[in-house]
Design a protein around this ligand. Structure first.
Ligand code: ADP
Length: 189
């Protein structure tokens, strides 16, 4: 898996001065990991390249160091794995697998549309973890667009009902760190 070859993202390597809309204290509070004990859901929202995955991973690394079990995947990869498991009659096991970690990080919600079957599987997973295990979700889209992402406003509403019940929402408004040297492409910051 290429993810394992990527440099480890930590809060020490995160430049808060690049993202002034982001309250550093809120991130520092999350790294205390109380949200894991309380089985809350943390949402990182914002445009591409604003550090959502980096922050999610950094919190995940802190949780591993604190002895917690953490699993990270993209939404599309998880749905693909659940779909395959369902086809092979192993859905219950696979749902149990994703429900097991004390922290589940689901990255990249919103980049690719999800099929109705995929949305249904994600809903089952969210139900399995609801009030039992913490999650961090990252998305480039607002909650109002979840109906469109999941292809079904009813499922999207049911998902958000659970995912916003005990939740922390961190909205990042800013420029892409990836494009930081292309000053002609990004607004001044
Ligand atoms: P997003 O998930 O919001 O699309 P990423 O977290 O993947 O963005 O960030 C893109 C790249 O830029 C990554 O390599 C990440 O480590 C780096 N990066 C983003 N924001 C910062 C920052 N404020 N300080 C240091 N590196 C950053």
């Amino acid at each position: 898996r290429t993810a394992r070859l990527m440099p480890i993202k930590t809060l020490e390597s995160f430049d808060f001065s690049f993202q002034p809309s982001l309250d550093r204290h809120r991130i520092m509070a999350l790294v205390e990991l109380e949200f894991i004990r309380r089985a809350e859901v943390v949402h990182f929202l914002g445009p591409p390249g604003t550090g959502k995955s980096h922050l999610a991973t950094a919190i995940g690394v802190a949780a591993v160091k604190a002895g917690r079990s953490v699993y990270r995947c993209t939404l599309v990869d998880m749905i693909e794995a659940l779909t395959k498991a369902e086809r092979e009659g192993r859905l219950v096991d696979k749902l149990r697998f994703y429900a097991r970690a004390s922290l589940l990080i689901v990255d990249e919600i919103g980049y690719l549309p999800i099929t109705p079957g995929g949305a249904n599987l994600f809903f089952q997973l969210v139900n399995a973890r609801y009030e039992k295990g913490a999650m961090i979700l990252t998305s480039n889209r607002g909650f109002a667009e979840w109906g469109e992402i999941f292809g079904d406003p009813v499922v999207a509403t049911a998902l958000l009902d659970r995912l916003l019940h005990h939740a922390v929402v961190v909205q990042i408004e800013g420029a892409s760190y990836r494009l930081r040297h292309h000053t002609d492409l990004i607004p001044e910051h």
